[in-house]
Write a protein that binds this ligand. Structure first.
Ligand SMILES: *[C@@H]1O[C@H](CO)[C@@H](O)[C@H](O)[C@H]1NC(C)=O
Ligand SMILES: *[C@@H]1O[C@H](CO)[C@@H](O)[C@H](O)[C@H]1NC(C)=O
Length: 386
């Protein structure tokens, strides 16, 4: 009797502990950035104006409808929320924000204000939602979700802040409008300074744990591979087929960002600033795509209007005549600019495995290991987590 009772009790205890408890680590997530983390703000901001992102097949894999996410399903911020046992983070403009979090990220958004690009003579076709504007939204939201300032400070301290990825559009808008790399490189310090101001302001308001992603592998994005096609094989990385000059650009941005983060860390020893190395997490996947289930050429988009990389600026995913591939999980790139859900899932497991510094998985050991194993059992195991 006792021999059978003990395993049963252990089983019951494990079952009680298992159904993802509200995160023991963070009470909420607040997120800032661009299309990589936008869970719906851009689409809401379009109002009645139709936009490809609001059309099928966007959202087809997980939500089974377009949600405004620039993917077929969940994004890194969604996987993080789930791994932490928190609800998906609602977009600020939906008005459905709560003390459990809000997402201020807007697709197309830049780190620098539109006036900066106007002063460079660039055509401003994107919306006026810079990182500065997102910070204004955040400050406006705070008093409405907290009755007292002490409640607010407690929540700030218990929350996880995801600040980025941001800056990618500052560079891409400019490069795609024909600006020389050297000219664009010259304002990397301004972008870093905008990110730095947002982080410092959040810490001043009481934030204690911030995740700051670096720039992505620009050189591997079908939209840029298509635009900057070269006949010189030497322009491409032999291992991945990505464009060297664009990946060097990301590395430059990330170097300056890291240097800045170290200064902020020194000035704010009470805050934990976690660098999320999106770039190296992605490089790991591009170097070994099959290991993550990406059986199709990793540089070819799933949903696009033709061409070598299946990216065609005059026939975008979401346009009526454009269809998605048979199985998005075989592709890293969804629409030539953003990852598939499977792509973001692989990046998240890489991030939680080895590409956050200091390690988010060590800071929050309660990160749902079952959830992670579910998303990438073999990778998670090989990274030394059981
Ligand atoms: C854009 O946003 C900034 C910051 O909120 C504001 O100062 C500026 O007036 C806005 N510009 C336009 C054209 O709406
Ligand atoms: C890109 O789309 C346009 C418009 O649908 C089409 O005419 C053109 O052939 C496409 N280009 C490629 C390379 O498929």
């Amino acid at each position: 009797m006792a021999a059978t009772l003990l395993p049963l009790l252990l089983f019951l205890a494990a079952a009680a502990a298992n159904p993802a408890p509200a995160s023991a680590c963070f009470s909420s997530i607040f997120s800032f950035g661009d299309s990589i983390s936008d869970t719906g703000n851009y689409l809401i901001s379009c109002g009645a104006t139709p936009d490809p992102v609001g059309q099928s097949p966007y959202g087809q894999t997980f939500f089974h409808r377009p949600t405004g996410r620039c993917s077929d399903g969940r994004l890194i911020v969604d996987f993080l929320a789930q791994a932490l046992g928190l609800p998906l983070v609602p977009p600020y403009l939906s008005g459905e924000t709560s003390p459990e979090g809000a997402n201020f990220a807007v697709a197309g958004c830049t780190a620098l204000d539109n006036d900066f690009f106007r002063s460079l003579g660039l055509e401003i076709s994107w919306r006026n939602y810079s990182l500065g504007v997102q910070m204004e939204w955040f400050q406006q939201l705070l008093p409405s979700i907290f009755s007292s300032s002490s409640e607010c400070r407690n929540l700030m301290a218990d929350s996880l802040f995801l600040v980025g990825e941001i800056g990618g559009n500052d560079y891409c808008h400019s490069l795609l409008q024909g600006r020389a790399v050297e000219e664009v490189k010259a304002f990397v310090p301004d972008v870093i300074s905008a990110i730095s101001s947002a982080i410092t302001e959040l810490i001043r308001l009481g934030a204690r744990t911030l995740v700051v992603p670096g720039g992505v592998t620009f050189g591997c994005l079908p939209i840029l591979l298509d635009h900057f096609r070269s006949k010189d094989a030497g322009d491409y990385e032999p291992e991945t087929g990505c464009l060297k000059f664009l990946n060097r650009f990301s590395e430059h941005h990330n170097e300056l960002l890291l240097r800045e983060l170290n200064q902020i860390r020194q000035a704010n020893p009470d805050a934990t600033i976690i660098y999320a190395d999106y770039y190296n997490a992605m490089v790991a996947i591009y170097r070994n795509p099959r290991r993550y289930g990406f059986s199709r050429s990793p540089l070819v988009a799933c949903c696009g209007g033709g061409g070598q990389y299946n990216f065609n600026a005059s026939a975008l995913c979401g346009d009526e005549a454009v269809t998605a591939c048979r199985d998005p999980a075989e592709h890293i790139s969804w629409d030539g600019m953003h990852f598939t859900e499977a792509g973001y899932r692989a990046v998240t497991s890489e991030l939680l495995g080895r590409w956050t510094e200091p390690s988010l998985a060590q800071i929050c050991p309660q990160i749902d290991a079952n959830f992670l194993q579910g998303i990438h059992a073999s990778i998670f195991k090989s990274l030394g987590h059981e």
